[in-house]
Write a protein of this length. Structure first.
Length: 779
C-alpha cells in the first residue's frame, strides 16, 4: 500500500521540486548578478575617482610649470635690464672720461695762454729796461755836455765808458735775440727793429758828440754863447725824446694790462664754468651712486625672492613626487586588482567552457539513451518523441550557463517521470515542459546578454583605463621631454649670458688699460711740459736778474694771482682724479659683486638641473611599469579574441537550435506570453523603481570580499555535483529548512490543479528579474 501511494504521489513531488529548484536557481542567479553588478559599479566609481585625481594632479603640474616658466622669464627680463643699466653706466663713464679729457685740454690751453702772456710781459719788461738804459745814457750825456765846458778830459774819459756800456747792452741784446729767434719770430722782429733804431740813434749821438767835441774844441775859445744855445737845444731834444719814449712805454703797458685783465676775466669765467660743470658732474655722480645702491638693493631683493621661489618650487616638487608615488602605488594596486579580475574572468570562462563540454557530453549521452528508450517503448507517438527531444535540447541549451548539476538531476527525474507516468500526465507534462523551456530560454538569453554586456563593459572600461594610462604615460614623457628642452634652452641662455658677461668684462678691462695708458701718456706729457717750464723758468730768471726793479710790485701781484690760480687748478685736478679713481674702484667692486652673484645663481641653477636630470633618470627607470602594462594589454587583447570566438560559436549554436525548433514546434499550440512581460508592464515597473545608491568601499576590502565570494562559490560547486537529488542540496540553493516530506504531502493536492498557479508564480518571478535589471541599468 505504501509503495502504491508513493507511486501515486511521485508526479506531484516532481512538480514541487521543479518549482523550488527553479526559484532557488533564480535566487542564486540574482544574488550572483547583484554581487557582480555591485563590484562592477564599485570598480567604475574607483576608476572614475582615480581619473579625476589624475586630471587634478596634471592640472596642478601644468599650473606649476606655467608659473615656473613665467618666473624664469621675469628673472631673465630683470637680468637683461640690469645688464642694460650696467652698459648705460659704462657709456656714461666713457662720456665723463671724454669730458675730463676735454677739460684737461682746456687747462693745457689755459696754461699755454698764460705762458704766452708771461713771455709778452717779459719782452715788454726788456723793452722798458732798454729804454730806461737809453734815457740813462742820454742823461749821462747831458750831464757830460754840462761838464764839457769845464772838463773836456772828463768827457773824453766818460765816452769810452759809455761806449763800453753800450757795447755790453748791444751784446746782451744780441744774446737775447739769439736765444729768442727759435721761439718767437714776431718778437725778434720787433726787437731787431728797435735795436736798429737804437743803433742808429747811438750812431747819430756819436756823430753829434764828435761834431760837438770838434766844434767845442774849435769854438771854445771863440763862441761859448752859441755853444751853450746848442747845448740847450740838445738837452731839449733829448728830454723830448725821453718823454716820448716813456709815454710810448706807458701806453704799451696800459694796453698790455688791459689785455691781461680781459684775458684774466675770460679765464675766470671759464674757470667758473668749469667749476659749475664739475659740480653738476659731481651731482650726477652722486645720483648715479644712489641709483646703483638702489639697484643693488633691488638685486638683493630679487635674489631673496629667487631663493624663496626655489625653496617653494623644491617643496612643491617634493610634494608632487610624493603624490606621484602615491598615485603609482594606487595604479599598481589597481593593476593588481585588474589582473585579479582578469584571472577571475579567465577562471569563469574556463569553468563555462568545461561546463559546456560536460553539458554537450551529457546531452549526447542522454539523447542516445532517450532515443533508445523511446524507440523501444513508443513507436506510435513519434511526433511526441520528436517534440520532447526538441524540448530537451532547448532546455539543455538554455540551461548551459546556469548550473550543470541541476540540469542533470532535472533530466534524470524527467526520464523517470516520463517512463513511469507518460500516459497519465502527458498533457500536463507538455505544458510544464513548454513553460520550463520558455522560462529557461528567456533566463538563459537574459543571462547571456547580461554576461556579454558585463564583459563588454568590463573590457571597455579596462580598455579605457589602459588607454588613459597610456595617454598619461605619453603625456608624462612629453612633459619630461619639454622640461629637458627647457633646461637645455636655459643652459644655452646661461652660456650666452656668461659669454656676454665675460666679453663685457674683457671690454671693461681693455677700456681700463686704455685709460691707464692715456693717463701714463698724459703724465709723460706733463713731465715734458714741466721740463720745458723749468727751462723756460730758468731763462726767465736769467732775464729777470738782468731786468730792472721798476715793476717788482706788478710782478709780485701777478705772481700771486698765477700761483693762486695754479694751486686752485691743481687742487681741482687732484680732486677730479681722486673722484674718478673712486668711481672706477666702485664700478669694479660693483662689477665683481654682480659677477659673484651671477656665478652663485649659475651654480644653484646647475645643481637644480642635475637634480632634474636625476629625477628624469628615475622616471626612465620607471618605464618598466609601462612595459608590464603593455604586456597585460596584449594578454587582454588575446583573451578578448578568445571570448569573441566563443560568443560567435554560441551564436551559431543558437541559430541552429532556433532553426530546428521552428521546424519541430509548428504542431504545438501554446501561449507565448505565459512567462514574459508586456512592454507596458515593463514601463510601469521601471517607473516605480527608485534610484539605487551604492557606496564605494576601499579597493583592498573590495578585493577581499570578491575573493571570499569566489572561494565560497568554488566551495559550493562540489556540493552540487555530489548531491543526487534536489531535496538533499540546501547549501547550494536558498530553499530554507523544510524537508522533502512536506513537499511530498503537499504534492497530492497539486497533482493536476497546481500547474496553472506555478506558471503565474513564474510570471511574477520574471518581472522581478527584469526589475532588478532595470535598477542596475538605471544606475
Amino acid at each position: 500500500m505504501a509503495s502504491g501511494i508513493n507511486n501515486v504521489h511521485q508526479p506531484g513531488t516532481c512538480n514541487g521540486s521543479k518549482a523550488s529548484r527553479s526559484g532557488s536557481a533564480e535566487e542564486c542567479n540574482r544574488d550572483m548578478h547583484m554581487k557582480m553588478c555591485k563590484k562592477i559599479a564599485q570598480l567604475t566609481k574607483v576608476i572614475y575617482a582615480l581619473n579625476t585625481k589624475n586630471d587634478e594632479h596634471e592640472a596642478s603640474i601644468e599650473a606649476l610649470r606655467e608659473a615656473h616658466e613665467e618666473e624664469i622669464q621675469h628673472i631673465l627680463a630683470e637680468t637683461r635690464e640690469t645688464i642694460l643699466q650696467c652698459k648705460s653706466k659704462v657709456e656714461e663713464e666713457q662720456l665723463l672720461r671724454k669730458h675730463i679729457q676735454a677739460l684737461e685740454i682746456a687747462v693745457e690751453q689755459h696754461k699755454r695762454l698764460k705762458e704766452e702772456a708771461l713771455a709778452e710781459l717779459t719782452l715788454c719788461k726788456k723793452q722798458a729796461e732798454e729804454k730806461e738804459l737809453r734815457t740813462g745814457v742820454k742823461q749821462a750825456q747831458a750831464v757830460l755836455s754840462k761838464d764839457m765846458v769845464d772838463t773836456n778830459a772828463g768827457f773824453e774819459n766818460k765816452l769810452p765808458h759809455l761806449n763800453q756800456e753800450f757795447d755790453e747792452l748791444l751784446n746782451e741784446c744780441k744774446a737775447s735775440r739769439r736765444e729768442n729767434l727759435g721761439k718767437k719770430v714776431h718778437l725778434d722782429e720787433k726787437c731787431s727793429v728797435e735795436g736798429h733804431t737804437l743803433i742808429n740813434e747811438v750812431e747819430n749821438l756819436k756823430s753829434k758828440n764828435q761834431r760837438a767835441t770838434e766844434e767845442t774844441t774849435q769854438k771854445t775859445y771863440k763862441l761859448q754863447v752859441p755853444y751853450e744855445r746848442e747845448k740847450e737845444t740838445l738837452r731839449k731834444t733829448m728830454h723830448q725824446s725821453v718823454i716820448e719814449t716813456v709815454m710810448n712805454c706807458q701806453q704799451r703797458e696800459t694796453e698790455q694790462r688791459k689785455r691781461s685783465e680781459t684775458e684774466e676775466g675770460f679765464l675766470l669765467q671759464q674757470v667758473k664754468k668749469l667749476e659749475a660743470d664739475l659740480e653738476e658732474k659731481s651731482q650726477k655722480i652722486n645720483e648715479r651712486k644712489k641709483h646703483s645702491q638702489k639697484l643693488k638693493e633691488r638685486i638683493q631683493e630679487l635674489q631673496t625672492q629667487l631663493d624663496e621661489f626655489q625653496r617653494k618650487s623644491e617643496c612643491e616638487l617634493k610634494q608632487l613626487e610624493k603624490e606621484k608615488e602615491v598615485l603609482t602605488g594606487k595604479l599598481q594596486n589597481s593593476s593588481l586588482e585588474v589582473a585579479q579580475l582578469k584571472q577571475i574572468l579567465d577562471q569563469q570562462a574556463n569553468n563555462f567552457k568545461e561546463s559546456l563540454k560536460k553539458h554537450n557530453l551529457q546531452s549526447n549521452k542522454e539523447k542516445e539513451k532517450l532515443l533508445q528508450d523511446l524507440q523501444n517503448t513508443i513507436k506510435e507517438n513519434q511526433n511526441v518523441k520528436l517534440q520532447l527531444e526538441a524540448s530537451h535540447q532547448k532546455v539543455l541549451k538554455m540551461l548551459e550557463k546556469s548550473k550543470n548539476q541541476e540540469l542533470k538531476e532535472a533530466e534524470e527525474r524527467l526520464k523517470k517521470e516520463f517512463n513511469e507516468t507518460f500516459k497519465i500526465q502527458h498533457q500536463s507534462h507538455r505544458l510544464e515542459i513548454q513553460t520550463l523551456e520558455e522560462k529557461a530560454k528567456k533566463e538563459l538569453q537574459d543571462e547571456l546578454e547580461q554576461i556579454q554586456k558585463q564583459q563588454t563593459l568590463l573590457l571597455g572600461s579596462l580598455r579605457m583605463e589602459l588607454s588613459e594610462q597610456q595617454t598619461s604615460c605619453t603625456n608624462l614623457k612629453k612633459q619630461i621631454e619639454e622640461l629637458q628642452m627647457e633646461l637645455r634652452s636655459v643652459r644655452t641662455l646661461k652660456k650666452q649670458q656668461e659669454g656676454s658677461s665675460q666679453s663685457q668684462i674683457r671690454s671693461l678691462h681693455d677700456e681700463l688699460e686704455k685709460c691707464q695708458s692715456e693717463i701714463s701718456e698724459l703724465k709723460k706729457e706733463n713731465l715734458l711740459l714741466k721740463d720745458t717750464m723749468e727751462l723756460l723758468s730758468a731763462e726767465l730768471e736769467s732775464q729777470k736778474q738782468e731786468a730792472a726793479q721798476l715793476q717788482d710790485r706788478d710782478k709780485q701781484h701777478r705772481r700771486l694771482l698765477v700761483e693762486d690760480l695754479s694751486i686752485k687748478h691743481k687742487k681741482e685736478l687732484d680732486i677730479l682724479k681722486q673722484d674718478h679713481r673712486k668711481e672706477i674702484e666702485n664700478i669694479l667692486s660693483d662689477f665683481s659683486s654682480t659677477q659673484a652673484h651671477l656665478l652663485a645663481k649659475i651654480f644653484s641653477l646647475e645643481t637644480a638641473l642635475k637634480e632634474l636630470e636625476e629625477k628624469s633618470r628615475k622616471w626612465e627607470s620607471r618605464s618598466e611599469g609601462t612595459h608590464l602594462v603593455n604586456c597585460l594589454q596584449d594578454k587582454l587583447n588575446e583573451r578578448e579574441e578568445i571570448i569573441k570566438q566563443l560568443v560567435e560559436g554560441r551564436k551559431c549554436q543558437h541559430s541552429l537550435s532556433a532553426n530546428t525548433e521552428s521546424s519541430r514546434n509548428r504542431s504545438f499550440s501554446f501561449n507565448p506570453n505565459t512567462a514574459g512581460l508586456t512592454p507596458s508592464i515593463k514601463k510601469k515597473k521601471t517607473l516605480e523603481v527608485p534610484s539605487r545608491v551604492v557606496s564605494v568601499p576601499n579597493l583592498a576590502s573590495y578585493a577581499k570580499s570578491f575573493l571570499s565570494c569566489d572561494s565560497r562559490s568554488k566551495r559550493s560547486a562540489p556540493q552540487i555535483t555530489k548531491s543526487t537529488s534536489l531535496d538533499r542540496s540546501p547549501g547550494c540553493l536558498r530553499v530554507g529548512s523544510p524537508s522533502a516530506q512536506s513537499s511530498d504531502s503537499s504534492a497530492a493536492t497539486r497533482a493536476h490543479g497546481s500547474e496553472p498557479p506555478q506558471t503565474k508564480d513564474d510570471q511574477k518571478q520574471d518581472p522581478q528579474h527584469q526589475e532588478w535589471f532595470t535598477k542596475y541599468f538605471s544606475f
